[in-house]
Design a protein around this ligand. Structure first.
Ligand code: NAP
Length: 292
């Protein structure tokens, strides 16, 4: 069994990006610049955004963090997005989700210029992805694709089962795995909460990608011998063994499932770090105007 080490792979990608940024600057170019908008004080969102800002510093990017109160109006948030859209020095903009209930997330997503949408959530970029045109791929599914590629996991003709159909993970994952490319060319089954016989479907998966947000949902009896299992889930669960009082759990019962796998991602240290690496990659692509 081989562990798909997202932490190491993400560090490799960051090093590659740092080298490229240094070359860009040496040849008179400007530093790539990522802006993030964080609304409110949600603990998990704070952690994600600060990790993204830290990663920018590590690879030599500029970063701007705009913090807004959770009482901010939709209008004010949209005005902030527009300000960054118009700022020629900023290459990429992310608005950390989820947003407070009184704000329409899709309206905010659509307000970001597709040329700066390094999260790849804008409908224009989702459409380009579906058509296999150059675009900013959504970071989490693209991170998984990169991990499969770097570990040379065979995907062509394989049966790939995805659990979860969210706009940010499951749905784009299914599109990317079905594309006529490598990694891709898989026969994809996209499952969700209304799927019947989920266990039987999972048992036929050569590649099982799990993104539903339910700790240890996938157990060994659901997994085929020799499968590649990718665990996207991250849930904070209480723990009396850690200082913080909680620890992160994936959607896969790792210890029992790992024994049956050819490849598996751990949590933490699997898909999570890859997400940030792809965000940086997208920002670099944007700064080089390689997509638009
Ligand atoms: P989400 O928007 O809550 O979507 C969950 C999906 O799982 C839905 O499509 C839902 O089906 C499906 N589902 C729920 N219960 C199910 C069941 N019993 N059987 C089959 N399908 C079921 O979640 P998400 O945003 O995709 O996130 C999923 C997990 O990944 C979370 O733990 C999240 O924290 C994590 N995540 C990690 C990263 C990372 O960087 N590693 C990034 C994003 C998300 P319906 O559509 O029918 O409701």
């Amino acid at each position: 069994m081989i562990i798909l080490d997202g932490k190491k792979t993400s560090n490799d990608i960051k090093e590659e990006i740092a080298v490229e940024v240094a070359q860009l600057i040496a040849s008179g170019g400007k530093k790539p610049h990522l802006a993030a908008i964080l609304v409110g004080n949600d603990g998990a969102s704070e952690t994600y955004v600060s990790a993204k800002v830290k990663a920018c510093e590590k690879v030599g990017f500029n970063s701007t963090l705009v913090r807004l109160e959770d009482t901010v109006s939709e209008e004010e948030l949209l005005a902030q997005v527009e300000k960054i859209n118009q700022n020629a020095d900023i290459d990429g903009l992310i608005v950390q989700l989820p947003l407070p209930k009184h704000i329409d997330e899709m309206k905010v997503t659509e307000a970001i210029f597709p040329q700066k949408d390094v999260d790849g959530f804008h409908p224009a970029n989702v459409g380009r992805m579906a058509l296999n045109l150059p675009t900013f791929l959504p970071a989490t599914p693209a991170g998984i694709i990169e991990l499969l590629e770097r570990y040379k996991v065979e995907t062509s003709g394989k049966h790939c089962v995805v659990i979860g159909r969210s706009h940010i993970v499951g749905s784009p994952m299914s599109i990317l795995m079905a594309r006529n490319s490598y990694p891709g060319n898989a026969t994809v089954t996209l499952t969700h909460s209304r799927t019947q016989n989920l266990k039987e479907i999972c048992q036929t998966a050569d590649i099982l990608i799990v993104a539903l947000g339910k700790p240890e949902f996938v157990t060994a009896d659901m997994v085929k011998e020799g499968a590649c299992v990718v665990d996207v889930g991250i849930t904070r669960v209480k723990s009396d063994k850690t200082k913080s009082g909680w620890k992160l759990k994936g959607d896969v019962a790792y210890d029992e499932v790992a024994e049956k796998c050819s490849f598996i991602t751990p949590v933490p240290g699997g898909v999570g770090p890859m997400t940030i690496a792809i965000l940086l990659k997208n920002t670099l692509l944007s700064s080089k105007r390689e997509i638009y």
